[in-house]
Design a protein around this ligand. Structure first.
Ligand code: CO8
Length: 260
């Protein structure tokens, strides 16, 4: 890692972390040192009781333009398998427990699009472009493109994007449900931070439980997911914050959550 140019920068302020992918190449190829630094930062955030939500963003040119193609070029099957390319650090991002908002400017391609889809909410600047161009390189998406993209945008558009390698605009991503909002490019970070703060106003254990429950909906049958949700709901009665939230509502005041 280049000490003078860390590939990931983080600012913690008022219960929210803003993590910026800041590779020397503004296209943010997802080199090992960048992804390792991202994983380390997300672990720090999970361990920090003062932080309740995170914005993940990139450069003005790209959220991330995908795997580091130059580093991938010399690999053969044995090396890829031995090094557990992608699996080695990608699952650690998925394991992040607190709300994670992707704020995408410019290109989110290949692993960059897959990284955005690993986040809980994706908001896009007007100039954002999303795509899975792996097919152009003669490879298959490797970090969720064939699995998360169809869940996000449906089979037809996912197939079109993966089989042609062509990208879609922010407006098309919004229409397809890949992103939850599109904002003017110069407002992106402010809007993403505002969104993170509106999450961070709530009780951390409740935020964690909601994230777990929504993610469970992608992994289980409806009846199992509903049972999981109901048990989370029941478990909420053990939280002081549940008593505080209900009392504050009844007393017409803001709740003071203690994350307990
Ligand atoms: N990896 C490494 N270097 C890259 C990458 C990349 N993904 N993208 C661009 N670069 C480099 C270029 O080689 C060039 O370097 P140099 O100046 O030394 O030649 C420099 O960045 C600038 O690039 P361009 O001149 O191409 O910039 P443009 O503004 O003209 O174009 C694009 C920008 C459209 C983003 C274009 O660079 C491009 O198409 N890049 C490749 C995008 C791509 O194919 N991404 C998918 C990669 S495969 C993948 O992501 C598999 C996912 C696996 C999961 C990964 C988990 C870690």
């Amino acid at each position: 890692m280049n000490d003078r140019h860390p590939p990931v920068r983080a600012v913690y302020e008022d219960r929210v972390a803003v993590v910026t992918l800041a590779s020397e190449n503004p296209l943010n190829p997802l080199a090992d040192d960048l992804v390792d630094a991202l994983v380390a930062e997300l672990r720090r955030i999970d361990a920090d009781p003062a932080i309740r939500a995170t914005v993940l963003t990139g450069s003005s040119k790209a959220f991330a333009a995908g795997a580091d193609v130059k580093a991938m070029a010399p690999l053969d099957y044995a090396a890829a398998f031995r090094q557990d390319v992608i699996g080695r650090n990608w699952d650690a991002i998925r394991a992040h427990r607190k709300p994670l908002i992707a704020a995408v400017r410019g290109y989110a391609l290949g692993g960059g699009c897959e990284l955005a889809m690993l986040c809980d909410v994706v908001i896009a600047a007007e100039d954002a472009r999303f795509g899975q161009p792996e097919v152009v390189l003669g490879i298959v998406p490797g970090a969720g493109g064939t699995q998360r993209l169809p869940r996000a945008v449906g089979k037809s558009l996912a197939m079109q994007m993966c089989l042609t390698g062509t990208s879609i605009s922010a407006a098309d991503a919004l229409a397809a449900g890949l992103v939850s909002q599109v904002v003017p490019t110069d407002r992106l970070l402010a809007e993403a931070t505002r969104l993170a703060r509106s999450m961070a106003a709530h009780s951390l254990p409740v935020l964690l439980a909601i994230k777990e429950a929504v993610n469970r909906s992608f992994e289980s049958s409806l009846s199992e997911g509903l049972l999981f949700e109901r048990r989370q709901f029941h478990a909420g009665f053990a939280l002081k914050d549940q008593k505080e939230g209900i009392a504050a509502f009844r007393e017409r005041r803001d709740p003071a959550f203690a994350d307990e």
